[in-house]
Design a protein around this ligand. Structure first.
Ligand code: SF4
Length: 141
């Protein structure tokens, strides 16, 4: 599955959960709390494949899943540009100090495995929108 397809699928999953919570009159703060990893792995086990393994994507005590993926991620499944003999498919728009360039054969992808930026509650609050796809609007190039 390409990243574009993943984004479309994820937007639908995200939307269904938010709509369910809104129907129960959840506030913004309650919705954000609901997306805490510890709650999501129990209540929304299909949202992320890591829940079944009780495994976090990042090593942090309190991880929030509302902004999976990340608003700073930029990608194009067809490739963004050539860098020497390789093709770059994604990068970090804020050049996070914890992000890295991952080289996989002739492909370059942004490696976010050491960056926890979008998973902090304060970051989620700052960038919050009930519609996840609005927050991710600039990601697809
Ligand atoms: S490196 Fe961090 S800030 Fe940049 S796209 Fe990845 S998760 Fe987001």
């Amino acid at each position: 599955m390409g990243y574009t397809q993943w984004v479309q699928n994820h937007a639908e999953k995200h939307k269904k959960i938010v709509e369910k919570l809104l129907a129960q009159n959840y506030t913004k703060e309650q919705i954000i709390d609901y997306f805490d990893f510890e709650n999501m792995k129990v209540k929304e086990e299909d949202f992320c494949p890591l829940y079944a393994k009780d495994k976090k994507c990042h090593d942090m005590e309190k991880l929030n899943c509302y902004l999976c993926s990340c608003p700073n991620f930029r990608f194009n499944d067809e490739g963004i540009k050539k860098i020497d003999e390789r093709t770059q498919f994604s990068y970090c728009n804020i050049d996070s100090k914890d992000g890295r360039e991952g080289v996989y054969g002739d492909k370059i992808h942004q490696d976010c495995s050491r960056c926890s930026v979008p998973h902090h509650v304060e970051y989620v609050k700052k960038h919050f929108d009930l519609k996840w796809s609005n927050i991710m609007h600039d990601c697809a190039l």
